[in-house]
Design a protein around this ligand. Structure first.
Ligand code: CP
Ligand code: NVA
Length: 307
């Protein structure tokens, strides 16, 4: 049995494969909008395992699998044996014998890596403490739709060097663009945790205005990610100056777009006039989770198709 392809980190896909996926996402989206049936995964089943809350990821994977002709099964740690200490390796053996593809949202990256090593079927990272590769797939597809190729462009990341930030940094290495990061002191990017080869594609800035300067895309995320709630009070104080507002958007290029993976906290990491303003593409970004993940599941199960 050939080893399955997984999508555990952004760099698991090559730039050539990503170019294919972005083009395929466009085709799949166009067909979906035209109500054309596209059922390449008829009779296949996706198992979705959630150890953390979700709206977009659950909905886009579940609806996406149904739209591809298959079905989706939802498991969480509260009411399955996963929450009662069954080894992740045993769970992987069993779940992957009863399904065709698995998506997992969990805590440490190590959990999903161990699951994948014992899985007979492709495993997709639906967010870990370290990475959120499906999010950046959708974000880059959204950028391409609005502004064309991302190669050589500059993305400004303002705020926490979290899972979404790490994934932008990996994507910059694979697709050859730049990320300007500004975090409060003590929250800087850790290159090893981000899984980077080097520091050629990113630069850290003490002042968020400097990071935003001349950027093609400005993006941020919550100050407190899931799993870090105990630090919330401290983070509210530490991140107060790392809010994306109109003045910061003015420092970026005049045609810069604003992105946020959502859910957002207006008045914390972003002001309402930015996220609800004319440069914001957050609703397209959220919708594109659906189209890009359909292309991803099709690719991981069937390889490249050109129908
Ligand atoms: N952006 C994102 O992953 O949203 P959910 O937490 O709602 O899935
Ligand atoms: N960084 C956030 C992203 C949520 C989609 C978190 O991990 O909670």
């Amino acid at each position: 049995m050939a080893a399955p392809r997984h999508f555990l980190q952004f760099k698991d896909l090559s730039s050539d494969e990503l170019d294919y996926l972005f083009e395929r996402s466009r085709v799949i989206k166009t067909r979906f909008k035209a109500y054309q049936r596209h059922w390449p995964l008829q009779d296949r089943s996706l198992v979705m395992i959630f150890e953390k809350a979700s709206t977009r990821t659950r909905l886009s994977f579940e609806a996406g699998m149904q739209q591809l002709g298959g079905s989706a099964i939802y498991l969480n740690t509260r009411d399955s044996q996963l929450g009662r200490g069954e080894p992740v390796e045993d769970a992987a053996q069993v779940i992957s014998r009863m399904s065709d593809i698995v998506m997992i949202r969990t805590f440490e990256q190590d959990i999903i890596e161990r699951f994948a090593r014992h899985s007979r079927v492709p495993v997709i990272n639906g967010l870990t403490n370290e990475y959120h590769p499906c999010q950046i797939l959708a974000d880059i597809f959204t950028f391409i739709e609005h502004r064309g190729p991302i190669r050589g462009k500059t993305v400004a990341w303002i705020g926490d060097s979290n899972n979404v930030c790490n994934t932008w940094l990996q994507a910059a290495e694979v697709l050859d663009f730049n990320v300007h990061v500004s975090t409060p002191p003590g929250y800087e990017v850790e290159a090893e945790r981000a899984g980077l080869y080097g520091t050629d594609h990113f630069e850290q800035f003490a002042d968020p205005m400097d990071a935003a300067r001349d950027a093609d895309l400005v993006t941020t995320d919550v100050w407190t990610s899931m799993g870090f709630e105990a630090e919330n009070e401290e983070r509210l104080r530490d991140f107060a100056d790392w809010q994306v507002d109109v003045e910061m958007m003015r420092a970026a290029k005049p045609d810069a777009v604003f992105m946020h993976c959502l859910p957002a906290h207006r008045g914390e990491e972003v002001t309402a006039d930015v996220i609800d303003g004319s440069q914001s593409v957050v609703w397209d970004e959220a919708e594109n989770r659906l189209h890009t993940q359909k292309a991803l599941m099709e690719f991981l199960l069937l390889g490249r198709v050109n129908d």
